[in-house]
Design a protein around this ligand. Structure first.
Ligand code: UD1
Length: 354
């Protein structure tokens, strides 16, 4: 059986790693790995392949950045001839980035079966480009692997046949569990207590006045709790446009390699983020997470885990940080099937489906 994996952006890499391993352990399986090139900076891409021991991509479509239509259409037109030539039995797509929908659409039209890993998540906010990618990819997929039961319910409501849906657990947690022992102890010269911050959603960073409000609030928090802030390239551009000058308690870093970032999360007093994956990782690690978005497509991190949705309310953000500092953080547990074995379940189903 020939499986062709498509990845493109940073959050895809930790999802493909465990599945390539689980499939490689089975006989009669051939795998091809395609990188669309959506993320291309060394520290947004190469470093993840090395640290997570992902095989070198067989093909890199080198699409780079662009508007959504430019990026998606470039991926589609470069991916189509590759699928025709490679004739895979399955195309595997991950998460909700532009590479995911582009590859799913091409494959479905070529009548090559598509499996979607991390299916069924919904924020119910169509102003997020990822929500559109999720909805459409799930309509096109033949097999849908969900990380949590809310995903199954969303898919059933959208008319997806029950026998295509498989609740397998959270594959990103497979990677976390796999590398946690290797995650560097405490990175050097860290304060004893700190908030770890990441921000990259268009809704937070593209509008300069929203970004300024957030940076001002973080500067205020920085007066009592030092802030460590690895900055996504999109956000760095916008901070430069703002001409924002930051105080010593707000430490801006380059995007961090996976192991370093995991070490930073693990030791953080609190994480403040607008990422999807980090809401899940903090839940697994039991670290308080304050999410700077109005909604989450990962509700289990709120109902079961340590996540609190802050929206745009900077007073609420400051109150929640204070609660953590006062020793009263939201307590959480680990959702079912977030056990490091999701990729094994997926591999078993894929091979059995044929
Ligand atoms: C993409 C995903 C988002 C995911 C995020 C993780 C979509 C719609 N969005 O958003 O879901 O959470 O990845 O990072 O697919 N850039 C670089 N170097 C890079 C990559 C990007 O400098 O290696 C800059 C470019 O200026 C680019 C901008 O960042 O225009 C945004 O990159 P893009 O891939 O379009 O979206 P992300 O914001 O990274």
């Amino acid at each position: 059986m020939h499986f062709l994996h498509v990845v493109g952006a940073r959050p895809n890499f930790m999802k493909v790693a465990p599945l390539t391993r689980a499939l490689a352990a089975r006989s009669g399986v051939r795998q091809t790995l395609v990188h669309t090139g959506q993320h291309y900076d060394r520290n947004m891409s190469d470093v993840f392949f090395r640290e997570l021991e992902i095989p070198e991509p067989d093909f890199n479509l080198e699409v780079g950045s662009g508007t959504h239509a430019e990026q998606t259409s470039q991926i589609m037109s470069r991916f189509e001839p590759l699928v025709v030539a490679q004739k895979p039995d399955w195309v595997l797509v991950y998460g909700d980035v532009n590479s995911t929908i582009a590859a799913a659409l091409v494959s479905a039209k070529l009548q090559v079966p598509v499996a979607h890993v991390e299916a069924g998540l919904r924020s119910f906010d169509r102003s997020m480009p990822e929500e559109i990618n999720r909805l459409l990819t799930d309509q096109l997929a033949d097999l849908l692997f969900t990380p949590s039961a809310d995903g199954d319910q969303n898919l059933l409501r959208e008319g997806i046949a029950r026998d295509r849906i498989h609740l397998v657990g959270n594959i990103m947690i497979d990677t976390l569990v796999h590398v946690l022992p290797k995650a560097a102890a405490t990175p050097a010269d860290l304060p004893r207590q700190y908030a770890l911050v990441t921000l990259h959603r268009p809704s937070n960073v593209d509008d300069l006045s929203s970004l300024k409000r957030l940076l001002d609030a973080l500067t205020g928090i920085g007066a009592t709790l030092p802030i460590i802030f690895p900055v996504h390239p999109r956000t760095r551009q916008k901070i430069a446009e703002l001409g924002f000058s930051h105080s010593g308690n707000l430490r801006l870093l380059e995007p961090q390699p996976y192991l370093q970032f995991l070490a930073l999360q693990r030791k953080a007093t609190v994480v403040i983020t607008d990422s999807g994956g980090i809401q899940e990782e903090t839940t697994f690690l039991g670290v308080p997470c304050l999410t700077l978005r109005d909604s989450t497509e990962r509700p289990v991190t709120v109902t079961v885990g340590t996540n609190v949705i802050i929206g745009r309310d900077m007073n609420l953000l400051c109150r929640e940080v204070k609660a953590v500092l006062n020793g009263e953080p939201k307590q959480g547990g680990i959702p079912p099937l977030w056990d490091g074995k999701a990729a094994e379940r997926i591999a078993r189903i894929l091979v059995a489906t044929g």
